[in-house]
Write a protein that binds this ligand. Structure first.
Ligand SMILES: Nc1ncnc2c1ncn2[C@@H]1O[C@H](COP(=O)(O)OP(=O)(O)OP(=O)(O)O)[C@@H](O)[C@H]1O
Ligand SMILES: [Mg+2]
Length: 263
């Protein structure tokens, strides 16, 4: 059984999709534990099933087998999930242009989840001003701008601020910086780190770039062929990868020069 310090526990999750080629097994038995307050990275190549895991955790997708627990409580699929559990886990999308309503002001964008929380009697939310402050945007300057006027990086900050409104326990950032230029991406990573340090919420960072995990995460899980083939502290995994796949991945990054960004 996972210890007291475990926030999220993914246990033996399997998932197949039916495609024109027949049944394709994407996740074969994925298990990992996320400690409270951690910054963890889920690394895997494109198509390895990272988003599928995220969708299973958020309840948008039902696993064929296995289960996910938050604080030891079974997480049900979205329609059956209590609001408190749904609000506890927030998801920041890859595409900041598709995730927010361009005609809304920043304040309207942030008030929407606040109203929902009030209607569902969730206590202990944070207000739009505080949320903007946490992502480095001042209320006076930004609250009344339309989403459509903002850059990709600014939208991603607003998306993170919106996700913080219900005071979640876990934030899943699914390739949330991959559509941004390097400088903006780094500033978003800094925001996530600051939020983690300040509020103690856990962040699961999903990416196919080890450099992002190296910069941001203290823990890493590597997904390959439907299993977690590597897990551990980022620096330990970097120096002593235990799986052949991770070793090859690092070798190819050295070859491509990406290794320069994290050694
Ligand atoms: N609803 C679906 N129906 C059929 N196949 C699907 C469905 N959703 C995902 N897949 C397939 O499952 C595999 C894993 O998809 P997933 O989006 O989880 O990968 P990923 O690791 O997030 O990839 P990327 O890094 O490109 O975002 C892919 O081959 C994808 O085509
Ligand atoms: Mg994905």
């Amino acid at each position: 059984m996972p210890g007291e310090n475990c926030l999220l526990s993914v246990v033996n999750v399997g998932k197949s999709y039916r495609t024109f080629k027949g049944q394709t097994r994407i996740l074969r038995g994925v298990s990992f534990d996320l400690p409270k307050g951690s910054m963890a990275g889920l690394l895997g190549e494109s198509g390895s099933g990272k988003t599928t895991i995220a969708r299973i955790i958020t309840g948008q997708e039902k696993p064929d087998r296995g289960s996910v627990y938050l604080d030891g409580n079974l997480l049900l699929p979205l329609g059956k999930r209590p609001f408190s559990h749904a609000a506890d886990i927030q998801y920041v999308f890859q595409d900041p242009y598709a995730a927010l309503e361009p005609g809304y002001t920043v304040e309207q964008t942030l008030k929407e989840p606040l109203w929902l929380c009030r209607r569902r009697r969730r206590q202990n939310t944070i207000n739009p001003q505080e949320a903007l402050d946490k992502v480095g945007l001042t209320y006076a300057k930004w609250a009344f701008k339309k989403i459509g006027e903002l850059s990709g990086g600014q939208r991603q900050r607003v998306a993170i601020a919106r996700a913080l409104i219900p005071r979640p326990r876990l934030l899943i950032a699914d390739e949330s910086t991959s559509m941004l230029d390097v400088e903006t991406a780094n500033s978003i990573l800094d925001v996530l780190q600051a939020v983690n340090a300040e509020t103690g919420l856990s962040v699961l960072f999903i990416t196919h770039q080890f450099s992002v995990i190296h910069k941001t995460c203290d823990l890493v899980f590597v997904l390959y062929k439907g299993f977690i083939v590597e897990r551990g502290e980022t620096s330990a995994v970097m120096n002593f990868p235990s799986s052949e796949y991770t070793r090859q991945l690092f070798e190819s990054m050295k070859f491509l020069g990406e290794v320069k960004t994290f050694v």
